[in-house]
Design a binder for this molecule. Structure first.
Ligand code: UD1
Ligand code: CA
Length: 506
């Protein structure tokens, strides 16, 4: 789903603003990373993706993202995540005011309210932006800025209000005097104003400040000097307004975002045993009465249906888990785990794994591009790659689906209600029919017809008395002699009936 489009099943909303402008050209030097700042990910989306998602319900006809540093990467990301957004290049990073001017120049036909937002505010929520726009409309001001009351305002622009409470200007930390630095109401870097008004004011913004940059924040003072009213809308939750400038802040924002996701899930009836070690992306869906054990990560497009139990120590990426399924100590990617399926402990499900209702992938089992039919089981120590297995089939312990001949991958098909022995190799391409059996230790290179028993291994030969003859004087020879004396035999181990009834749960 594109971030720009409303979720399936909802009717497109009336546009709340004419355009959204995201400022994302800055270098983000403090991240100390080659990745452009706004592409750093948290909760399953880039920072930029979170900002665009928060703005999406405003249903703007036009969205422009100002790119500069790392523009190729940011533009490529946009093409994928928000294809309808316009990337506007700011050649030199002359400040946020310059960036906003470049964006509005690229949207010459846009009139009416425009939302301008910093690209490094990943905790912004739709309701916060909607609240800002609603306050702006209600007051009829020329421009309204989102603000926050914070305990630690260091580094942020301060909101200077007059005695009547009207916003007069924003002063950047570096340009502030002591009295201004003591102000705890800060600029969140989100503004809504009439496109024409902002466009005109931006032409008058200079760069006579400590950083020698064109500050977007200077627009407020200019408008007030013109005799226009400027509003300041305090965010309900100051966390929404937090920027993200270095790795510590990124980790902090990630934790906050995760707390919010888990909070929502728990309100909906999901059992989160240990919120501190459970990580769920914003894109994941979890049904009520799911239990998430410690060390669980649910990532990407993962969905977990009602009554399923996941974890401990499980990572699911783009994986679908059915009702009442159990997934324990597993690593799964692009897998479909059906209703009542059991996975793990210690299982690795790779892309293309599809486990039908009531099936089982047990301990130390790896699967890839493998379909397991209803009620079928691969309980122990096996690799199942490029395989189709019917319903009600049991795969013996320590089985390998030999899918790769060193050049190409080949497919194995096993029918329904088959019983394959332990330690089998299925050398693909090969087929095993419905109801067929294979003997333990078989290397199956030829098709097995339905109902047949395939035996494909060397025949056992016992050389009687070999130890006494070839290893005289050893502990083995002594033990053999004692055994012979006890049984009164001639030093030959009694033959034991081998092969027990097939048992699904060996
Ligand atoms: C800015 C605000 C500050 C506010 C803070 C909130 C200004 C002058 N100051 O400060 O009042 O409290 O955000 O987090 O705006 N950008 C460009 N091109 C440029 C420069 C910046 O696109 O030439 C973008 C950046 O990528 C960023 C945004 O504009 O997304 C803000 O720039 P940044 O340098 O992060 O400003 P702050 O110092 O954080
Ligand atoms: Ca910033």
């Amino acid at each position: 789903m594109s971030l720009q489009e409303p979720p399936v099943g909802t009717t497109p909303a009336e546009p709340v603003v004419a355009a959204v402008v995201v400022l994302a050209a800055g270098q983000g030097t403090r991240m100390r990373s080659r990745t452009p700042k706004v592409l750093h990910a948290l909760g399953g989306r880039s920072m930029l993706g979170h900002v665009l998602a928060a703005a999406a319900p405003l249903a703007a006809a036009r969205t422009a993202v100002v790119v500069g540093s790392g523009r190729e990467q940011v533009t490529a990301h946009l093409a994928e995540a928000a294809p309808s957004a316009l990337a506007v290049v700011q050649e030199e990073q002359n400040g946020s005011g310059h960036a906003a001017a470049v964006a509005l120049d690229a949207l010459p036909d846009v009139a009416g309210p425009v939302l301008i937002v910093n690209g490094d505010a990943p905790l912004l929520r739709p309701e916060t932006l909607a609240g800002l726009v609603a306050a702006h409309r209600a007051a009829g001001d020329a421009l309204t800025v989102l603000t926050a009351e914070v305990a630690e305002p260091t580094g942020l622009g301060r909101i200077v209000r007059d005695t009547g409470g009207a916003v007069q200007r924003i002063v950047e930390e570096k340009d502030a005097d002591d009295a201004q630095r003591a102000i705890t109401e800060v600029n969140a870097g989100v503004y809504v104003g009439d496109a024409g008004t902002v466009r005109e004011a931006l032409t008058r913004v200079g760069s006579a400040n400590q950083q020698g940059e064109q500050y977007l924040t200077d627009v407020l003072g200019l408008l007030v000097a013109d005799g226009r009213r400027v509003g300041g809308h305090r965010a309900d939750d100051p966390a929404d307004t937090l920027g993200c400038n270095d790795q510590r802040e990124l980790a902090d924002r990630r934790r906050t975002l995760n707390d919010r996701v888990l909070d929502r899930l728990m309100r909906d009836g999901v059992v989160v045993v240990d919120p501190r070690t459970t990580w769920v992306d914003v894109t994941v869906e979890v049904a009520p009465e799911v239990v998430l054990h410690p060390g669980t990560q649910l990532l990407g497009a993962t969905t977990v249906a009602a009554g399923a139990v996941v974890g401990p120590d499980t990572t699911l990426t783009d994986t679908e888990v059915g009702e009442r399924a159990s997934v324990v100590r597993a690593h799964c990617q692009l897998a479909v785990v059906g209703d009542d399926v059991s996975v793990g402990p210690f299982a690795y499900l790779r892309p293309g794994t599809r486990l039908a209702r009531g099936s089982k992938v047990g301990t130390f089992v790896e699967t890839k591009n493998a379909q397991l039919g209803e009620g079928s089981k691969v309980p122990h120590l096996s690799y199942v790659g490029d395989a189709t297995i019917g319903a009600g089939t049991n795969i013996g312990a320590a089985t390998v689906f030999v899918n790769y001949d060193g050049v190409a991958k080949h497919h194995t098909t096993i029918g329904s209600h088959a019983r394959t022995g332990a330690d089998n190799m299925f050398v693909a391409p090969v087929q095993v029919g419905d109801g067929a059996y294979t003997a333990a230790g078989s290397v199956i290179t030829e098709d097995v017809p339905a109902g047949a028993m395939a035996v494909a291994r060397g025949r056992q030969r016992n050389v009687a008395g070999w130890v006494a003859l070839r290893r005289p004087g050893t502990r083995a020879a002594e033990a053999a002699a004692e055994a012979a004396a006890e049984t009164g035999g001639g030093g030959q181990a009694g033959s034991r009936a081998t092969g027990s009834a097939p048992d699904d749960e060996r």
